[in-house]
Write a protein that binds this ligand. Structure first.
Ligand code: ADE
Length: 227
């Protein structure tokens, strides 16, 4: 898989994308993550990527030319399955969308900035608009990092124990059950007996019941979706 991320502040992405699981996945050749500085595609002296909006609104708008030039260049080099724009008015990101994206070959993520982007970019280049939640960030870089992180960890081989991505929170629209490690008794707070019993059928049953209970208590909306 290849993920091209387009940003006017690429520094915001670099440290996040080059640590831990994301770094190892790239070193293993499971994913190639390429960050592009949009300013490199602006041809005026000041490397301008934004301009005043027509109609006199406040705030600056991301210009068409650098974005079209870069995305069309990338598309001439390989096929892309999605051209994503990160924006608070996109569809709300969730685990189902992360799963879907992780099965794709190549994607572009354009990070929004300023007041927005010229609408012609959204109409003619973008295939998917994604919000990471109902709040407004200063730019789309953190959203792009979140999307990239959640997608890359799903690529087979990216995390050590492959099964563990499948048992994540939300993977069945349920929260994950509690987990414990040694010592079995810490300050008198004991790990549930069943987990020490060695009876794997009972342990599975306990985990399922806990996942259901925690979801009912903390995120009843997820259960409504299931029903
Ligand atoms: N850019 C600004 N706010 C955002 C959000 N909530 N999700 C995605 N991109 C954004």
């Amino acid at each position: 898989m290849r993920i091209d991320i387009i940003s006017v502040v690429p520094e915001l992405l670099e440290s996040t994308l080059n640590q831990s699981i994301l770094r190892r996945a790239q070193e293993k050749g499971l994913v190639e993550i390429v960050v592009h500085n949009l300013h490199d595609y602006a041809h005026d002296k000041r490397k301008t990527t934004d301009d005043y909006p027509f109609g006199g609104e406040a705030g600056m708008v991301m210009k068409c030319e650098p974005v079209f030039e870069l995305i069309e260049k990338l598309q001439s080099e390989r096929d892309y399955d999605e051209v994503i724009f990160t924006s608070p008015d996109g569809i709300t990101y969730d685990q189902h969308e992360a799963n879907r994206l992780s099965t794709l070959g190549n994607i572009i993520i354009l990070c929004g900035h300023y007041k927005g982007i010229d609408f012609r970019i959204r109409e003619h280049l973008i295939t998917r608009e994604i919000s990471i939640g109902d709040y407004v960030l200063t730019g789309g870089e953190l959203a792009a990092a979140i999307i990239t992180d959640s997608v890359v960890r799903l690529i087979p081989g990216a995390i050590g124990d492959e099964e563990s991505a499948l048992t994540d929170c939300f993977q069945d629209d349920l929260l994950a059950p509690p987990v414990y490690t040694r010592p079995a008794d810490f300050r008198g707070w004991k790990v549930p007996d069943v987990l020490l019993s060695g009876n794997f059928a009972e342990i599975e049953k306990w985990k399922e019941a806990q996942a259901y209970e925690r979801t009912k208590q903390l995120r009843p909306d997820l259960l409504e979706k299931l029903e």
